[in-house]
Write a protein of this length. Structure first.
Length: 135
């Protein structure tokens, strides 16, 4: 997109920011609702969620006591975080035209976003549910 198109109002309405915003919101809602339906609302899956990679990462890296946590709230928070990550990556690669470049940029953006968002969640939960040293 050219810089001159940023200054006129057609960018904001005709296929510009509004289109990207709609894509972002739809992607976010779709990922979040699928995650909630498949994990959070199903008791059997929710019990297996305790041993998922996400939970084990938070438990190991940030020394969080998952047994003290409300697992449903944790799964819901992780659903929001994952929806945020995926919606951002999809929106970012939407600005790129070439398929190979989209794949490369998507991968390069995805990994740091996962690490940053999980770090913020880990620090938040570490304050609330951090394991105490019992020495």
């Amino acid at each position: 997109r050219e810089i001159s198109s940023l200054t006129d109002n057609t960018f904001f309405v005709n296929g510009g920011i509004m289109e990207e915003l709609v894509l972002y919101v739809l992607c976010f809602l779709l990922v979040y609702l699928i995650y909630v339906c498949l994990i959070v609302l199903r008791k059997k899956k929710l019990n297996k969620y305790r041993t998922s990679t996400e939970v084990r990462y938070l438990e190991g890296r940030y020394k969080i006591d998952v047994d003290r946590m409300n697992l449903k709230k944790l799964a819901n928070t992780m659903a929001l975080a994952n929806a945020f990550i995926i919606a951002n990556v999809v929106t970012i690669i939407g600005f790129i035209d070439h398929l190979i470049l989209k794949l490369c940029v998507g991968f390069v953006v995805l990994i740091p976003m996962i690490l940053i968002v999980y770090h913020l969640l880990g620090k938040h939960y570490q304050k609330k549910y951090g394991k105490k040293d019992r020495t």
